[in-house]
Design a protein around this ligand. Sequence first.
Ligand code: ADP
Ligand code: MG
Length: 380
Amino acid sequence: MRNARSVMRKPGNPFIITGYHSPAYFCDRQEELSWLVEQFDNERNMVLFAWRRLGKTALVHHFFYHLEKHHKADTVFVDLLGTANLSDAHKRIVNAILNKFGDLQKGIGAAFKKLLSSLNATIGFDPLTGAPQLTVGHASSQMVAASFDTLGAFLSERKQPVIICIDEFQQIVEYPEHGVESMFRTWMQNFPMLRFVFSGSHRHMMVSMFSDKSRPFYRSAQILPIDALDQVEYSKFIRAHFKKSGKIIDEAIIEFIFSWTKMLTYYVQLVCNHLYARGDSINAKALSEVFETIIQQYSHQFQYYQQLFTSFQWKLLSALAKEEEVKNPLAKEFIFRYQLGAASSVNTALKALTKKEFVIHHDGIYSLQDPLFMRWLQKI
Ligand SMILES: Nc1ncnc2c1ncn2[C@@H]1O[C@H](COP(=O)(O)OP(=O)(O)O)[C@@H](O)[C@H]1O
Ligand SMILES: [Mg+2]
């Protein structure tokens, strides 16, 4: 991993929109990084949560980059996005750990073979490239519990501390198997020398998982909510990257980007990425063309969303989008302006939209979770 990174080429566009490159292309998060390092140094497990696309995953990679660079830990990153059951999660975990530590090319020794068989994993060869390939079979809950023990023991014996990030951890709540939370909790408890970072997009679910007295993970980790990036720092970062290629971007343009994207990191990056790619000067006209291009790119997806809602829910979404922020969606004035009928219907629809996380209720304000979707709805 470390070698792969050190030879990584410079990105053609400094505004990265997928994954993590290196600290030079990552803005700020100094406080969050120090907090994470402090938890790590003191053997505490950590929980990160925020809405999607604010930068949790990138922050974990930034933290791991720091740990690897200073030889403080070996890092393992597991993404549970799209997993539907415990066996899927197990596959991802075994894959991540063995790809990191097991040398698949030559490590076919007896000990490694034994480890593989206890994990229900085999090594085959890619028919096209001939490269060794790991296959992890389906595992029952019991097998997963045993496998967690084997992996825990394997990782705890290593000289360097090992830290494992389980990203999109809220996924485990959806698994059909019983006692999944307890199983993960037991894994964590049985191997106190392994460090865990649990990261998730579902704010409420993550908080209740770790702060609800009746749940296995209650108070088992330190919690850090991730907010939008600091505007002053982000503005400096953007200007500096433009300046490096001889381009000047006005403060007013940056402010416009921040308000249009509502500071959602991914969209700020996306707008800057497009703006940077243009050869012409950076002015309000160029910016509005970029906004338009981006909205167009997503419009198929947004149109498809309509199928997910009743026509009333869609109407309410559209009203919320037009207002951008609504303190009291049950107030007469709002209902009247958008012809929404009875407050009780608004209330029911609002609950459904919040549950689906298309609408968020934060600091007493209702708004759409996805600012680009909001911009699109404002236009139709
Ligand atoms: N601090 C940052 N500086 C620059 N780009 C960032 C930063 N944080 C996130 N990004 C970029 O924003 C996008 C979304 O971040 P990501 O970590 O995937 O969000 P999340 O995991 O919260 O959904 C990614 O393309 C990432 O490269
Ligand atoms: Mg993520």
